[in-house]
Unconditional design. Sequence first.
Lengths: 114, 115
Amino acid sequence: AQSVTQLGSHVSVSEGALVLLRCNYSSSVPPYLFWYVQYPNQGLQLLLKYTSAATLVKGINGFEAEFKKSETSFHLTKPSAHMSDAAEYFCAVTLTGGGNKLTFGTGTQLKVEL
Amino acid sequence: DAGVTQSPTHLIKTRGQHVTLRCSPISGHKSVSWYQQVLGQGPQFIFQYYEKEERGRGNFPDRFSARQFPNYSSELNVNALLLGDSALYLCASSLVGGGSTDTQYFGPGTRLTVL
């Protein structure tokens, strides 16, 4: 079975500061990993995904994530936060050869302050 | 191109009633998955359908059922509603239902409130 753990249910940063959202995964086989963003009263939008190619994955809106097998981590970063980044972020995992059932973490609410 | 669409956007039901939620995938997508998102939690997988066949089922009771139609649209049915079924129900579509190149695109969701 696969799972993800998101450390920190709420993260607050100043506008222009580094954004770091943490995600650790557990998987018995090589995983595919995803970050999704959810704005209030909306569905989920894919930010980026890791599918065993490059370990550093670049996504939309300036976000990127690095797959570290030794640390079983897939943390999401952005060099400079913008007010429009305020939203809830979900890390998710699915297994290679396992259809596309996504297992999500509990989410991290990002607040961006002036 | 239109994204994933879901209907209705909101609905209110009472305990014991039945509800049907609908989803239209992105044109050309053959796989539809359903997720339940309870307030304050991450989405939980309910079903996946690909080419009208059930490909996966999450840990939900038999009160939950779904089907996929020849045009790849899908319905999620929930019988004997409980208060705990109140949630945002998300539909996601993808081209082939799995694999490294497959990506799920989510609709805006249906907000179900059970009173």
